[in-house]
Write a protein that binds this ligand. Structure first.
Ligand SMILES: Nc1ncnc2c1ncn2[C@@H]1O[C@H](COP(=O)(O)OP(=O)(O)OP(=O)(O)O)[C@@H](O)[C@H]1O
Length: 316
């Protein structure tokens, strides 16, 4: 490029940047920003999505809707919202995070204000904990400075090293601000399989007694979870002061999925991929999944996780 054209290009770019920064509304019109047109809870949207897309999780739905509504309607929360999602693999914990993000951020999980960490992927080496710790704290601070309504999702929380959990702790607590940064409007979601077996015991017990699954209450599960997980010295996450200091606001249990839920997942997947809905195919695929316990075969051992792969195998 010639020097004159280069000069003009730089001048135009500088003028545009100046213009956009002096008109934040115009900036937000063109780019994702932390204002209400990009970051706002769509409660009815969330309610509808959970009803239509998340199967067999009445307790989790109820807790999440209550927690998020209360938090969002409070203009001055005392601490960030901290949700701990527990359950067997493939039961919808990641799906739930996705639906929450979708109904708060216009760009859903792709929003620059939604941050996902997977322990084995992002923090794999225990010898690097102090380095991860520093990076993570910087990351949280920087992102909440950019947008108070940021969301952080930590997957495989039960595999996270203790030191790293300690690094997040100050941001979850009841502080008005830390070094001038207000963390109270952020949301933290912790996902783990911890407690999955205890939750299954409760669901199985209901089934054996001939009770309806839909009658399982949060308190039935909480009692089991507190004995089996929170007081279990082996489940790393739980004997940290996250629990001792009451830093987790809600425990969100995910029930193991039954044959009928697996069928719903298959149906949903067929529709979303534009295949015709054929009951025979749905039954065939659902029957190919494996179920436990050994004798009764009630719950899918991978939840709905293998559905996509089974459909690929069956139809393509
Ligand atoms: N309850 C559910 N309702 C509808 N779809 C589901 C449900 N549970 C799982 N799925 C589907 O199964 C797949 C795996 O689900 P997801 O990743 O949410 O499970 P997870 O509980 O996070 O598993 P993991 O503990 O192994 O990470 C996704 O495609 C998801 O859409």
């Amino acid at each position: 490029m010639e020097p004159i054209s280069m000069g003009i290009a730089v001048g135009v770019a500088t003028a545009l940047t100046g213009l956009l920064s002096s008109y934040p509304r115009l900036y937000c019109h063109l780019q994702e920003c932390c204002a209400a047109q990009w970051v706002e809870l769509n409660y009815t949207g969330l309610e509808r999505d959970l009803e239509e897309k998340l199967f067999g999780q009445h307790v989790a739905k109820h807790v999440i809707l209550k927690a998020i509504k209360g938090f969002w309607n409070n203009p001055n929360p005392k601490k960030p919202l901290t949700l701990s999602l527990h359950g067997w693999t493939g039961t919808g914990k990641n799906l739930m995070s996705k639906l929450i993000a979708k109904n708060i951020y216009a760009k859903g999980l792709d929003s620059k204000y939604v941050h996902q960490f997977v322990t084995t992927l992002h923090f794999p080496h225990s010898e690097h904990t102090s380095q991860y710790k520093e990076q993570l704290q910087k990351w949280i601070r920087g992102n909440i400075t950019a947008c108070e309504r940021s969301m952080f999702i930590f997957d495989e929380m039960d595999k996270m090293q203790m030191g790293l959990i300690d690094a997040i702790k100050p941001y979850l607590d009841y502080y008005d601000n830390i070094d001038g940064v207000v963390y109270r409007k952020a949301m933290f979601l912790f996902l783990s399989n911890a407690g999955g077996e205890k939750i299954t015991e409760v669901a199985l017990d209901y089934w054996h007694k001939g009770n309806k699954r839909e009658d399982i209450k949060l308190k039935d599960l909480e009692t089991k979870l507190s004995v089996g997980v929170f007081n279990n010295k082996k489940s790393g996450f739980w004997h940290t002061s996250l629990i001792d200091k009451n830093l987790i606001d809600y425990f969100v249990p995910f029930l193991p999925l039954e044959y009928k839920h697996v069928k719903l997942c298959i149906r949903e997947e067929l529709i979303s991929r534009g295949y015709p809905v054929d009951e025979d195919i749905i039954n065939d695929i659902a029957s190919e999944m494996t179920y436990f316990p050994e004798n009764e075969k009630i719950f899918s051992d991978k939840g709905c996780k293998a559905v996509e792969a089974k459909i690929n195998f069956y139809l393509e």
